[in-house]
Design a protein around this ligand. Structure first.
Ligand SMILES: Cc1ncc(COP(=O)(O)O)c(C=O)c1O
Length: 393
């Protein structure tokens, strides 16, 4: 059973029914045209996310929302001040402030502004990248990664994706990916650190892969969690963009900066790639004045970022200790979530946890069920501990 089926089954369970939803329910964003048979379904993950949000909204009492890798310490007070300062100017389109944000991002990353494309979160840019790649060929990805559920079409159509299993230690199998690379591979998706595993690739290995693969296919490195990596500046693959290679980096402010509800993401890539990508998204037009101003302020607030990393490390250690004390193993994580194997069916655990007011996620891969817990405040981690102890007893 694939991870996606696992999530689908769960979403179709009673919890979802109590939210009054069914998979595939019409909603305004679903007005987008369906991809033709034989293409992967880039809309699947969004449907699942929307359904998950609806379920949370309908849940009677949430004590700890540990299911979407949000950052409970954000946004920073500087970002909130920037929002209130710019709110009166919101009758104007956001052009000047988004240009300022692009320049700031370009400077921070040692690239030029025409190598930066903004989006309302990186989801918009990820979807655009997949649409762009799907129009040209196949997308290669790990069997277990953030977008691996996107080909979950219920019509059973064959998808032009190439899925490569993770290695025994749950890393991307770059050697196998290099072997499977062919002329019709238009995009290789690497999520680093990976979601849902939290596992990171050694930077030198990924860097060599970018060098070797980028002349043959676009290499998209999704760096949503790179800020939690040990040395983000050198763990990032942005150097390959600077070198002019066919590498596309996606970043989001939803994690370290606590902007999940403010919606800011960006792509770093070659101007020609970004020009093509703009055909499949808003080209930065979805970014609001308030969110862009908040992003500029948040980037400058280093003390806030350090506080988030420190608190995340503390809560993560508490979670590791909790799991160890209960005789559970886990994958050491380079992100703001932890994945661990569980001894019951994922959907059973999720339902029990929800009944205790704690939301988590589950996956099925490597022939076992796993639970993913996002890192929250210490109070939220204590709520997790209590709910988990009850749910597995
Ligand atoms: C790996 C990865 N990429 C992209 C995203 C999308 O983030 P957003 O659209 O909030 O920027 C997420 C969200 O959780 C993620 O985990």
């Amino acid at each position: 059973m694939s991870s996606n089926l696992n999530r689908r089954d769960w979403l179709k369970s009673g919890l979802l029914a109590s939210a009054g939803l069914t998979i595939g329910q019409t909603n305004p964003v679903n007005a987008a045209p369906a991809l033709t048979q034989g293409s992967f379904d880039v809309y699947a993950e969004r449907e699942l996310e929307l359904a998950h949000e609806a379920m949370l909204a309908a849940a009677p009492q949430i004590k700890a929302r540990l299911s979407s890798n949000e950052n409970p310490w954000g946004p920073s007070t500087a970002a909130i001040k920037a929002i209130s300062d710019t709110a009166p100017k919101s009758f104007l389109y956001a052009g000047p402030v988004t240009m300022e944000l692009r320049k700031a991002i370009a400077e921070m990353n040692g690239v030029s502004p025409d190598q930066v494309l903004l989006g309302a979160g990186s989801s918009e840019l990820l979807m655009a990248s997949l649409l762009m790649a799907g129009a040209k060929g196949k997308v290669m990805m790990a069997e277990t990664c953030y977008i691996s559920g996107r080909d979950a079409r219920e019509d059973g159509a064959t998808m032009p994706t190439i899925k490569v299993p993770l290695t025994k230690d749950y890393q991307y199998d770059l050697d196998a990916m290099a072997t499977r690379l062919s002329a019709d591979t238009s995009l290789i998706y690497i999520c680093n650190p990976n979601n849902p595993t939290g596992v990171m690739l050694p930077s030198a290995k990924l860097s060599s892969f970018c060098d070797a693969a980028s002349p043959k296919s676009t290499v998209l490195v999704d760096e949503a969690y790179i800020d939690y990596a040990p040395t983000p500046a050198t763990d990032s693959m942005v150097e390959h963009v600077r070198k002019g290679q066919n590498v596309l980096i996606l970043r989001t402010l939803s994690k370290l900066h606590g902007f999940a509800g403010l919606r800011i993401g960006y792509a770093l890539g070659q101007p020609s790639t970004l020009k093509e990508l703009r055909k499949y998204c808003s080209g930065g037009f979805t970014v609001s004045t308030t969110s862009a101003a908040a992003a500029i302020a948040s980037f400058k607030d280093k003390a806030f970022q350090e506080m988030v990393l420190k608190n995340t490390a503390e809560s993560k250690k508490f979670l590791y200790d909790t799991l160890k004390s209960m005789d559970y193993t886990y994958l050491p994580s380079s992100a703001n979530f932890v994945l661990f194997p569980i001894k019951v069916k994922g959907q059973v655990l999720l339902q029990k946890m929800m009944a205790e007011g704690v939301s988590v996620r589950s996956w099925f891969f490597d022939q076992q069920d796993w639970c993913r817990v996002s890192i929250g405040t210490m109070d939220e981690m204590k709520a997790f501990k209590e709910a988990f102890a009850k749910s597995v007893s």
